[in-house]
Design a protein around this ligand. Structure first.
Ligand code: SF4
Length: 207
């Protein structure tokens, strides 16, 4: 993956941005402006944002342009997602969003160093490129994607690394949801520290 020259995060390869409703995890149901940053070197086989992997496909966009659009909407919540947004230093983007009184939620695999300031960090660990050790303590929620039975073990491995206040979610991999959901339901009934997260935006057909 060739990272474009981005002036230390003053520019970001913007794959898309849109105003919608957060569909997953703790903030499900909240209106938010989504900033999807292009570029990811993790390579999950079931990724539903594969078109965002190559950062070279997206124009390096000044953060001022991104924030100008973000603050036009009524909701004051921002979801920064990808791709893997922590591929880039996010301090400048977060600073500018914060100076406009926005709440910032991050969606990350945790596989790159943490930068920026956030009101909520959703850590979604991926086997292909696991989180860096020092990011676990900052996770507001841990969201583990369950594709097959072995993933429950992976979920527990990650649970052992987060703080005691981190909220815990298991989310079915979308293409296998019909097969795997009954197992997740049983698992959560037997291990009630976990909650189920569903990709509700896909059920209601919104981005
Ligand atoms: S980390 Fe996220 S964006 Fe990257 S390949 Fe995996 S699911 Fe896709």
């Amino acid at each position: 993956m060739k990272i474009p020259e981005l002036n230390d995060g003053a520019l970001l390869p913007l794959a898309e941005s849109f105003y919608s409703i957060q569909g997953e995890g703790y903030n499900t149901g909240k209106a938010a402006f989504f900033i999807r940053v292009g570029g990811c070197d993790v390579g999950c086989s079931w990724c539903d944002a594969k078109e965002s992997w190559n950062p070279g496909l997206y124009p390096p966009t000044p953060i001022e342009t991104i924030v100008e659009e973000a603050i036009r909407y009524k909701a004051k919540s921002i979801v920064i997602t990808g791709g893997e947004p922590l591929t880039y230093p996010l301090d400048k983007l977060c600073l500018l969003l914060k100076s406009n009184n926005m709440q910032i939620f991050l969606e990350t695999s945790g596989s790159h160093p943490l930068s920026g300031v956030f009101d909520w960090i959703c850590l979604s660990p991926k086997r292909k490129k696991p989180p860096l050790d020092n990011i676990y303590r900052y996770a507001s929620e841990l969201k583990v994607i369950i594709e097959k039975s072995e993933d429950f073990e992976w979920a527990e491995e990650n649970r052992n690394k987060v703080g005691s206040n981190t909220l815990l979610y298991l989310q079915p991999e979308w293409s296998r949801r019909t097969l795997i959901l009954p197992e997740i339901i049983d698992y959560v009934k037997n291990n009630p520290v976990w909650n189920i997260s569903l990709q509700t935006h896909k059920y209601i057909n919104i981005p």
